[in-house]
Design a protein around this ligand. Structure first.
Ligand code: F6P
Length: 333
């Protein structure tokens, strides 16, 4: 089989999809190249002195790791000069970053979580990068936070990389979800999963059980039913997995099905995960792979953001299970 590279895939998409032009193609290629550099830094670990804390906090008051800061810098530097972007926003930056005046500006906005799975950075467990691409509102050359506050349905592209046993990249341009694996010797992203489909049913759930006492009733009901197994109302035995890196949990679900939950609960009243650069890109990718993504009460992609670093409850994965849970929320009123 001939190897299809990311560049070739993007060129083919450009030829067949009306919304994909050379600017978007370059933008994705630049982000993917930055992911290679981040993956390389991650793989060096202690040898490159990149582990441990950076001694700073991000806007959410979370302690930043050295690799959080490095990954943010790699993405910012890589994306400043290309002429595709009007602005970018990151989990690690309080405010949106305008494109420096010496570079041309483009029509897109890029949002990213430079290194997802912070608690796994120093313990050699898979982590990754998540990104989302929006169009800058027409006529805006210096976008402010308000220009970024678009619902996930307006994303033109989304993707994530996982720095795991293999380095992989998952991408959607709104025409299905595709997976690429980094050929480390050649340095190319090779198309390895041309059309990812999430099985509609599952026997696997992912949730942080230590939050059980805080969960809303519909989530408690669903997990109780899963744990009850064959003799319970769902009539089958379930397995549980929780990597605590959303990128790794979602990659597993894209590969073999499952349901991922970080619901809003009594402790995380707005939810734990960030809407604009975690939940929205993952929801877009999952829907494009035939799955579903909900807050429990609403399709994630339809949530109107009120602020850049907004949090949201997340339930996503195999369609039937997500719909079952949304049904439980509806019944609970
Ligand atoms: O910040 C996001 C994140 O690291 C996700 O990647 C992951 O799913 C979640 O937080 C883990 O949260 P907890 O540490 O509460 O299990």
């Amino acid at each position: 089989m001939r190897n299809v590279t990311l560049t070739q895939y993007l060129v083919e998409q450009e030829r067949s999809l009306s919304g994909v032009g050379p600017e978007l193609r370059l933008l994705i290629e630049v982000v993917a190249r930055a992911c290679k550099a981040i993956g390389h830094a991650v793989s060096k670990g202690a040898l490159a002195d990149v582990l441990g804390g950076a001694g700073t906090d991000n806007v959410q008051g979370e302690a930043q790791k050295k690799l959080d800061v490095i990954s943010n810098e790699v993405l910012v530097e890589a994306n400043c000069w290309g002429g595709c972007l009007a602005g970018m926003a990151s989990e690690e930056m309080d405010d949106p970053l305008p494109i420096p005046s010496q570079y041309p500006k483009g029509r897109y906005l890029l949002l990213f979580d430079p290194l997802d799975g912070s608690s796994n950075i120093d313990v050699n467990v898979s982590i990754g990068t998540i990104f989302s691409v929006l169009e800058c509102p027409p006529g805006v050359t210096d976008p402010t936070e308000a220009d970024f506050l678009q619902p996930g349905t307006r994303q033109v592209a989304a993707g994530f990389a996982v720095y795991g046993p293999a380095t992989v990249l998952v991408l959607t341009l709104g025409n299905g979800t595709a997976g690429f694996t980094l050929d480390r010797e050649v340095g190319s992203w090779i198309l390895t999963q041309p059309r990812i489909r999430i099985p509609e049913q599952t026997r696997e759930f992912a949730i942080n059980m230590s939050n059980a006492r805080n969960w809303p009733a519909p989530v408690t009901r669903y997990i109780d039913e899963c744990v009850a197994g064959k003799t319970g109302p769902l009539g089958k035995d379930y397995n549980m997995r929780w990597v605590a890196s959303m990128v790794a949990d979602v990659y597993r679900i894209l590969s073999r099905g499952g349901v991922f939950m970080y619901p809003a609960d009594a402790k995380h009243v707005e939810g734990r995960l960030r809407l604009m650069y975690e939940a929205n890109p993952m929801a877009f990718i999952v829907e494009q792979a035939g799955g579903a993504a909900s807050t429990g009460r609403q399709r994630i992609l339809e949530v109107q953001p009120a602020k850049l670093h907004q949090r949201v409850g997340v339930i996503l994965g195999s369609r039937e299970e997500v719909e079952r849970l949304a049904g439980y929320y509806a019944e609970a009123g």
